[in-house]
Design a protein around this ligand. Structure first.
Ligand SMILES: [Zn+2]
Ligand SMILES: [Zn+2]
Length: 395
């Protein structure tokens, strides 16, 4: 915990007058108006004000005195334990950890390491975490009130499935987007008055309290803050303290003909909201091509299959095939082989990447053989087999 007496350069014996004087002197030095660009001065000033608020009120001062005494007692126990011979080595290797005061000397850092003055970057990332939802905090943020920095909104990523027919012609799609956005009313703080969550007094922001169970001290979640370490005094009426609200939106997009599978469309500014003048995030839509029963796709080309009677395969035939847009007659040459591919030019998909024209359609021939034949058919086949070009020679 922070020693507010140290913050003001005083001892617990200080009178109300001492406290007022010390605060006045320090506040004058660190006032933000005097140090407009110094972030540290802002933080110091905040801490000095915090100390003064606590110590100038007899009720909060006596509460703080009690907390301070019990923290000191706990620290003495810890020191005794660490002074035992087996703990000596550990103590030597981390001497700084035992120090309860670090620079600046009057600042009174806690050796728990969670009240350390944040760097600008740490502050920003903490601010971001707070905006997401203070309720998720793993460690309580420092209650400083620096001017809020613009924060960019998060990007959203969604997928959209379209058919091969949509790809052939291009399509306009309406995509429902649901997401959890930062609550604009409380700018993610969860507080009706946009106040920072305050440190829970009961657990000193730790989220846990120690209880005696028989001979053992047991850590349990703090019952006041439910283990969060922080409390919000007036919950935001829009988000009820969550700091976030559900958003539902419909986005209409035009998908160009010939779009490739896995193409990512960027819809600028349609992600989560930015804060304090920061830009909104973007929405990224990944196009997924639905599996088609008839056509498989290779770039701009398509492949389909047709079944052909073995007689037609041998003699050649005119067969009707369904392409993407119409039905056409395909001339199958005599002697077509199973698995042979017959091209139908310009019946594939529209070319993408700025090229004009269309890809091709490739028709793969499946040859069907009869699984039983009549007596007459059998006779004819035997006759056929006896002809001079039989049996079939393969090279
Ligand atoms: Zn608590
Ligand atoms: Zn809210």
């Amino acid at each position: 915990m922070i020693d507010y007496y140290q913050v003001l350069g005083l001892t617990p014996a200080a009178s109300a007058e001492d406290i007022k004087k010390a605060y006045r002197d320090l506040a004058l030095n660190f006032h933000p108006d005097k140090n407009p660009t110094d972030q540290n001065a802002h933080t110091h000033f905040q801490l000095i004000s915090e100390a003064y608020t606590i110590l100038s009120n007899p009720k909060t001062r006596s509460e703080f005195d009690q907390e301070r005494e019990s923290a000191k007692a706990a620290e003495q126990v810890a020191t005794t334990v660490e002074s035992l011979p087996q703990a000596k080595k550990k103590k030597k290797s981390t001497p700084a950890k035992r120090k309860s005061i670090s620079l600046p000397t009057w600042f009174g850092f806690s050796n728990r390491g969670q009240r350390r003055q944040p760097t600008r970057r740490q502050h920003r990332s903490r601010a971001r975490r707070r905006q997401q939802s203070w309720w998720n905090l793993s460690s309580p943020p420092r209650p400083v009130e620096l001017p809020p920095e613009p924060t960019e909104g998060e990007d959203l990523h969604r997928e959209i499935e379209i058919t091969i027919q949509d790809i052939a012609k291009g399509v306009r799609k309406t995509v429902p987007i649901e997401y959890e956005d930062v609550c604009h009313h409380c700018v993610g703080s969860g507080s009706q008055h946009r106040a920072e969550p305050r440190r829970c007094n009961r657990c000193d922001g730790l989220g846990t309290v120690q209880n005696l169970q028989g001979d053992y001290e047991v850590k349990e979640p703090c019952p006041s803050c439910l283990g969060k370490g922080m409390l919000i005094d007036h919950l935001c009426r829009q988000c009820f303290g969550k700091g976030a609200i559900e958003q539902k939106r419909q986005i209409a997009i035009n998908i160009q003909p010939g779009v490739q599978d896995s193409t990512i469309l960027k819809i600028a500014n349609h992600g989560k909201s930015g804060l304090h003048g920061g830009e909104n995030g973007d929405l990224y839509l990944t196009i997924r091509q639905a599996v088609d029963e008839r056509f498989s796709r290779q770039g701009d080309d398509l492949t389909c299959e047709i079944d052909l009677d073995f007689i037609d395969a041998v003699l050649g035939a005119k067969v009707k095939i369904d392409t993407l847009d119409d039905t056409l007659d395909l001339m199958v040459p005599p002697g077509v082989q199973p698995g042979q591919i017959l091209p139908v030019p310009r019946h594939g998909l529209p070319k993408s990447n700025g090229e004009v024209g269309r890809g091709d359609l490739f028709v793969k021939v499946r040859v069907l053989l009869p699984d039983e034949v009549t007596h007459r058919q059998r006779k004819l086949l035997v006759q056929f087999y006896d002809s001079p070009n039989m049996p079939i020679k393969t090279e």
